[in-house]
Design a protein around this ligand. Structure first.
Ligand code: ZN
Length: 318
């Protein structure tokens, strides 16, 4: 029987009554800004007595959930499985199944759960807070509110039918939850090389968001920093929110983008072209609907079937 996996976590508080908030990063092994944001939260609570004294409730932080994927520098672990398709996992399964099992137990103990992601090595996502359109309206409202409070420019409610995710476990356990996406690809690396977490005086949006949620729950004192021009979109279609299958590449090759992240596009508009390195025909990828581009593959090599873009229908600004 394979050995059970214990996730490495840091826990603060517990001395005063309040909720148990779980924040994780590194469900995918190549999403670095979120891991460093959780690491920065650990450093701040470790080094700041006042912050720890003021804390109401319990804060549980896991900076790297999927260690084998992290060590490989890849989205998936040594067994080739995507943790975000493997939950709730198995106690004696493969490495990713065992991590999924351990994560699922942590989620079930939480009162609220935030899972931080980025687009990883190849995708770039508009900074957004997402949630499942939960069948329980009290949980749905709570998730929607917290997604807005996090303070990123885009808020996206999607299908509650998706399986295998950390948020599917939260849904099944009745634990309200949101996930965060924040850029990815070369933009994530350029924020890191620009010192995203270098100064304690300036808060990165991922840190501000986590602190905003804690203030919303009255776990910490202080004012919430609101986002002035936030867009909210809810997509009730089955399968919405599954980024890896949207606008699939008709062929493999070299990808050239024709639109930018955050741009509004119309149905039929050219999103990208794919060409062989040996020249020849250019294959067009066109928008399948009107809306805002919330995800783009920002990596030159593309394989057949890879998702090129995600477009979300957006209404009026909230
Ligand atoms: Zn991810």
């Amino acid at each position: 029987m394979n050995e059970a996996i214990q996730l490495e976590f840091c826990r603060f508080g517990g001395n005063h009554v309040g909720p148990n908030l779980l924040i994780t990063a590194g469900v995918h092994g190549d999403e670095y800004l979120p891991m460093l944001a959780v690491g920065e939260l650990i450093r701040r609570f470790d080094s700041d007595d006042r912050l720890r004294r003021e804390l109401r409730g319990t804060l549980t932080l896991i900076p790297v959930v999927n260690r084998s994927a992290y060590h490989a520098g890849r989205r998936v672990g040594d067994d080739g499985r995507d943790l975000a398709r493997t939950c709730p996992g198995r106690q004696d399964g493969t490495v990713t199944e065992r991590v999924a099992y351990a994560l699922s137990r942590q989620i079930a103990e939480a009162d609220f759960y935030i899972d931080l992601h980025s687009g990883g090595t190849e995708l770039c996502v508009l900074p957004l807070a997402g949630y499942m359109l939960h069948a329980n309206s009290a949980i749905l409202q709570r998730q929607r509110k917290v997604a807005c409070v996090f303070g990123l420019p885009f808020v996206w409610g999607t299908s509650a039918e998706l399986q295998g995710r950390s948020l599917s476990v939260a849904r099944d356990a009745g634990v309200p939850a949101i996930y965060i996406e924040y850029l990815g690809a070369h933009r994530e690396l350029s924020e890191l090389s620009g010192g995203a977490f270098a100064s304690a005086g300036i808060n990165h949006p991922l840190l501000t968001g986590c602190l905003n949620v804690m203030r919303h729950f009255e776990m910490l004192p202080g004012a919430i920093q609101r986002c002035d021009d936030q867009q909210v979109a809810e997509d009730w279609r089955v399968g919405s929110g599954h980024m890896q299958v949207s606008h699939p590449a008709p062929t493999g090759g070299f990808l050239t983008l024709k639109v930018k992240l955050g741009q509004r596009v119309s149905c039929g508009e050219l999103l990208a072209e794919i060409e062989s390195l040996f020249g020849g025909e250019k294959h067009a990828v066109v928008a399948e609907q009107d809306g805002t581009v919330v995800m783009l593959r920002e990596y030159p090599r593309i394989n057949e079937g890879d998702s090129v873009a995600v477009i979300v229908e957006t209404g009026e600004q909230s």
